[in-house]
Ligand binder design. Sequence first.
Ligand code: SF4
Length: 463
Amino acid sequence: MSGIFGVASRTNGMDALFYGTDYHSHLGTEFAGLAVQGNQLDRTIHRISHGQFKNLFYDFYRERSGELGIGVISDYDPQPIVVQARFGTFALVTAGLVTNAQPLGERLVEQGVTFSEILNGRLNQTELVAKLIALKPDPVAGIEHMFDRVEGSVSLLLMMREGIYAACDRHGRFPLALGAGDSTMAAASETCAFPNLGLRVTMFVQPGQIVFFNADGVQDSFVGSGTRKTCSFLWIYTGYPASTYEGVSVEAVRERCGRALARRDPVEADLAAGVPDSGTGHAVGYAMESGLPFRRPLVKYSAGYGRSYIPPSQEVRDRIARMKLIPIEDICAGNRLIVCEDSIVRGTQLKNLTIRKLWDAGAAEVHIRVACPPLMFPCRYNLSTRSVEELAARRAIRALEGQAPDDISAYLDEDGQKYHDMVEWIRRDLNCTSLAYLHLAGMQEAISLPDAGLCTYCWNGQG
Ligand code: SF4
């Protein structure tokens, strides 16, 4: 995943750029970058896997000034990319994934286009997008051309001396919002970046739409062709609770998911809790609907652990993950716990870092409630380190069938026996008292995006 932020200000926009970009730190762990347009275009990129954004970019932020700026927190490519095109020099940040990057890049190379940002033998997809845009005589034609050529989903911010182009991918998969304040306009993946910068949401960029803005507001808007397929996972897990997409609040969706789980739940318990932090909103909803007290049998110790700090080895990463969650024995002991989790990917952390600790702290029962259906497919619109085989549901199916079947449709029928066998297999593997997932329809209803589509590929292979 990646998050992008851009600002146009009548005065120095560096404060907004620095903090606005930092508010996207939950969306990426590899690289971050800023580009600022003052008297000249300036850019810097750092790896954030070994340090926090605020520390790494503080000097750049303090030493520069400019009215325009773009920033990115990126899970894979170093960005921003700066390119000189025939329509002028521009800086570019992107969020999303070009799934045909390799063949597309090879065709461009045959046509004489060169690439310089190769990392681990892989094309930098932001550079690829920049080169496609630069083939055309103006930015709007270039972005349209890029949309025509790429498969996957790419939202972007393109900064020129005159202002910033904000473009949302043709499926609206990774949303972009515009915000405005007294002397400032901004664009962001996450609207949680706006309130503390004195900005309020003024519009959500529509699928395929390209908007050009400067400090005086939106100067031009080009409606594109597109069919909405917004990423459902933004509301369930990836997005920040204080954000909204298309006007639908992340936290409110999580509460509705929790309420829906509670409505279907026959289990008697003593308290409702969430796996910190992303299970918390779901647990609040569960508690409100069920009337159970919301309590915290597990808390997260975050002080001293930067959110984006990724330790160098798996062993250290595992140890830190184990250290962060601390059980509270007084809350656990003798109690029947409802524990809400956003999703189950592999299940290993839930089993080893949550459920085992709750048992060790004396819980009488541990009922896991998951705010979305079983994950069946890794995301194909984001670079994902997961493989199909790793997913807990796929491991269950493989174990039940004795091999990985070609057709898993029977396991998608939430009322069918195979679905129940799969959930029971996962429950035994996790070692919890009971396990229940929110149904797909319940999740869609909780998101309740009016007259628009959702990507649900993770769960049903459609998106
Ligand atoms: S596949 Fe899943 S994570 Fe990827 S865009 Fe679709 S819903 Fe989001």
